[in-house]
Design a protein around this ligand. Structure first.
Ligand code: SF4
Length: 475
């Protein structure tokens, strides 16, 4: 949308897509947001509520928005707790809780379906958690049928319908069933194949089981299989990481996410159960990251950015090459600029120039729906400055480059004047070799890509007001 000045795209297939510079990373990596939204969720306030969300939808209707929507469903339950977890989840073995939740979730879906009537085409669906497959096969079938009653879904060949699964909770038959229910992308939490690491984080998941689930996903006809890994976990070493990577590459998923474990026990209670003496030191973590990048790029994966790798033919890599890549609460996405409607406890929607988040407890969620109100607890209406900075951050995150002329065409500003302070800060990053700035373009260098958050943070107007303690290290 912003490619006003013609320029040959960075052809990732013909050059290394990222360069690892240990000194630079050790020196410059600092706490920072992951920018799945801008402003980040800590800027949401309770002065934004249910009625503001209704206004945002009404604005959309007035503008005659004809774009398809993205839909997110949050299933918060987990059977057991993984010690590294920083998600919003409810750990319980009482399945009756899921039945009650499902009944209320269906009410919220129905209300949203009515609210968006006439503009409720869906091209993207994502189930996250918690553990979406905590719902039984019958419950999931019921929910998918209900979703189809309330929204209009694009055909399977067009839509991107994904679900996060915990391989410990699904059988081969269940994977086939999920495909029949309409899912065409699947994402598996693996984290690490090493049994000692799995024990140290309370997530025992035999390798053979995981591989059988990946095979079942292929047999069932899922268009894309994605695997999540984490580096920096207790008991992990460069050797265990190498063994895990070999197994992952052999399994040949279409996408791989390699997340840095952010140890913040003051914020996330389960992390207090991690034995800090077992954790790898910073130097080992850096070597693990280097290994991940070298091993995955050698195996032919493209570095998409922010922890994500994909096969060159995968939609994410193709979208990046074509300048269509987008970033939202689920990470990178090929469906640029769709409004996101999210249902479930703590779920975040992005409609028009607003973000809104649902209440975080089950009781508050049920109470709001009993009052026939959507359970919006807080949010934010974006100012022109927010929208501008969001565009800049999106472009840097997704394309590693920014056309200044394109931003000036889209927003009523003179870039060099408006961002005078930011350009001065970028000059420091340029001296460090992270970016290149010329009068028309800001380009992230190959060795700056792993530190992409540093460049984005320069454009974050709110960052100076934060302590930094609520965000993880950039690498
Ligand atoms: S990591 Fe996932 S499966 Fe584990 S406790 Fe957290 S949400 Fe549940």
């Amino acid at each position: 949308m912003f490619d006003a000045v013609p320029r040959a795209p960075a052809l990732h297939a013909f050059q290394p897509v990222v360069e690892f510079d240990a000194d630079l990373i050790a020196r410059l990596s600092r706490n920072g947001p992951r920018y799945t939204s801008y402003p980040t969720a800590d800027r949401f306030t309770e002065s934004f509520g249910y009625r503001d969300f209704l206004h945002a939808v009404a604005d959309l209707r007035t503008r005659g928005a004809g774009k398809p929507l993205s839909l997110y469903l949050h299933i918060p339950f987990c059977d057991t707790v993984c010690y590294y977890c920083a998600c919003n989840k409810i750990v319980t073995k009482n399945r009756a809780k899921a039945a009650t939740y499902l009944a209320y979730l269906k009410r919220e879906v129905e209300m949203q379906g009515r609210l968006f009537a006439g503009m409720n085409d869906i091209e993207q669906l994502h189930f996250g958690g918690g553990t979406p497959t905590y719902l039984s096969d019958a419950q999931m079938k019921d929910l998918m049928t209900h979703l189809r009653r309330c929204f209009h879904f694009a055909p399977d060949a067009v839509g991107e319908y994904s679900i996060e699964i915990d391989p410990r909770t699904v059988s081969i038959g269940r994977v086939h069933s999920l495909r029949r229910q309409g899912f065409n992308r699947i994402s598996l939490g693996v984290q690490d194949f090493d049994p000692d690491v799995q024990e140290a984080v309370n997530r025992i998941q035999p390798e053979a089981e995981t591989r059988a689930i990946i095979q079942a996903a292929r047999d069932a006809g899922f268009r894309s299989v994605s695997i999540d890994l984490i580096y920096g976990l207790p008991k992990q070493t460069v050797a265990t990481m190498r063994a895990t990577l070999d197994k992952v590459v052999a399994a040949s998923p279409d996408r791989i996410a390699v997340y840095h474990y952010a140890h913040m026990p003051h914020l996330f209670k389960p992390q207090r159960r991690i034995n800090e003496a077992d954790m790898p030191d910073s130097d080992t973590k850096l070597r693990m990251l280097q290994l991940c990048i070298e091993r995955l790029t050698a195996a032919g994966y493209v570095y998409i950015g922010m922890d994500h790798f994909a096969k060159p033919g995968d939609d994410l890599a193709v979208a990046q090459m074509q300048g269509r890549l987008h970033r939202n609460f689920q990470g990178y996405s090929t469906h640029a600029d769709t409004d996101l409607v999210s249902c479930g406890v703590s779920a975040i929607s992005a409609v028009g120039a607003t973000y809104s988040q649902n209440v975080k407890t089950l009781d508050a969620y049920y109470d709001a729906l009993d009052r026939n109100e959507l359970p919006v607890a807080r949010g934010i209406r974006l100012s022109m400055d927010d929208l501008l900075r969001r565009s800049v951050i999106q472009k840097l995150m997704c394309q590693f480059e920014l056309s200044i002329a394109a931003i000036e065409q889209a927003f009523p500003i003179a870039f060099h004047t408006y961002f005078e302070r930011e350009l001065a800060q970028l000059a420091e990053l340029e001296r460090d070799g992270l970016i290149e700035v010329d009068p028309d373009w800001i380009t992230v260098t190959l060795k700056g890509r792993l530190l992409i958050r540093n460049a984005c943070m320069v454009f974050d107007r709110y960052l100076a007001q934060r302590t930094g303690a609520t965000h993880s290290k950039t690498v």
